[in-house]
Design a protein around this ligand. Structure first.
Ligand code: NAP
Length: 324
């Protein structure tokens, strides 16, 4: 058997992402030792019970000490404090990365605490579910999903020209070992792309579910009874972790507001088309969006099975990857 890619891998945060990463790291034989840390003693005890890591530490410092790879897997708003805490024990040559859903704010909050000689390579696996906590994790979460790395020092635009730096290449190899396909971007570009593909859809879902629950002339039971008419799919997204998503919106404010501006303009155009009975405008848009759905299926990023494949094809644990 070949040598693992890393000696010790420290995973800070043992929820959906951290637990999945621990399981994928083990499945891929990517570390000689996996150390984990979570904020609460309940989560640490559960992680130990589940056998997610070789060692579960009571402090972030203890987990990060002697680690060759440190992965921040807490909500984005906690990264700065975590980085400050572990900075004194980071060993020269170690790689610090993260799984946070935003990247510019992570560079801003974590970057200043990274000591000389330690490599900081931010990352974001585009894989998730609406579940949270250590029990939600599963090794297959990253299989066939993109992981975007946003290595620093490449300037604006495409970051692929710094992808061959040793620490970036090693981290890319790690993610491939976890089942992902790896892509490189600069942090700003990442935040714009994710604002429209992930953050705005979540905001819309939170909003529509909130509106429905506020409606006084539609009873709650009717909303639930007839939810298969489209509403149900929004409720899945709107069930996502409130802390994580609060932090995403607070930390990707500009990109989200920019996309929200575009979105509300387009929504007004739709409103006008409905008001003036402009069926051609509606038909043209709905045909264009159907093509986009087809291209997502063709790219292998979703299933064409009716009901999004959710009932038809959950994995062995009944969990379905939803790429959040
Ligand atoms: P999660 O299931 O709620 O787990 C979060 C973990 O972080 C828990 O172990 C929690 O510990 C710990 N934590 C919370 N606050 C902390 C703090 N202040 N200091 C230290 N640790 C803290 O969340 P998740 O879904 O795994 O998300 C984790 C990260 O992954 C986020 O940055 C998110 O943006 C990113 N991400 C999520 C998805 C997704 O679909 N969920 C997809 C891609 C990326 P306790 O349990 O002890 O509170």
């Amino acid at each position: 058997m070949s040598e693992p890619l890393f000696g010790r891998v420290a995973i800070l945060g043992l929820g959906l992402l951290g637990a999945s990463l621990a399981r994928a790291t083990r499945r891929g034989g990517l570390a000689r030792q996996i150390a984990g840390y979570a904020r609460s003693s309940e989560t640490r005890a559960r992680a130990a019970e589940l056998g997610l890591c070789d060692v579960v530490c009571d402090t972030a410092k203890d987990a990060a000490r002697n680690a060759d790879l440190i992965v921040l897997c807490a909500p984005v708003g906690a990264f700065g404090a975590l980085a400050e805490t572990i900075a004194p024990v980071l060993k020269p040559g170690a790689i610090v990365t993260d799984v946070g859903s935003v990247k510019s704010a992570v560079v801003r909050d974590v970057g200043p605490f990274i000591p000389d000689g330690v490599h900081f390579v931010p990352g974001h696996p585009i894989a998730g579910t609406e579940q949270s906590g250590p029990d939600a994790g599963f090794a297959e979460l990253f299989d066939g999903r993109w992981c975007i790395l946003t290595p620093l020092g490449g300037g604006q635009g495409d970051a692929s020209h710094i992808a061959d730096r040793a620490e970036v290449a090693t981290l890319a190899q790690f993610w491939r070992g976890c089942g992902s396909d790896v892509e490189f971007m600069d942090p700003h570009h990442h935040d714009l792309v994710l604002a429209i593909t992930s953050h705005l859809p979540h905001l819309i879902a939170y909003n529509i579910v909130g509106t429905a629950s506020d409606l006084e002339d539609v009873t709650q039971s009717d909303v639930i009874k007839y939810s298969a008419g489209g509403f149900r799919d929004f409720t899945r997204i709107a069930a996502s972790d409130p802390t994580m998503w609060r932090d995403v919106f607070l930390n990707n404010r500009e990109a989200v507001l920019e996309m929200l501006g575009r979105f509300t303009e387009d929504l007004s155009a739709l409103q006008r088309a409905i008001r003036w009975g402009d069926g051609d405008a509606l038909f043209t848009l709905f045909s264009r969006t159907r093509d986009i759905r087809r291209s997502i299926i063709d790219a292998g990023q979703d299933s064409a099975v009716p009901d999004f494949g959710r009932h038809a094809k959950p994995d062995a644990a009944g969990k379905t990857n939803t790429d959040d």
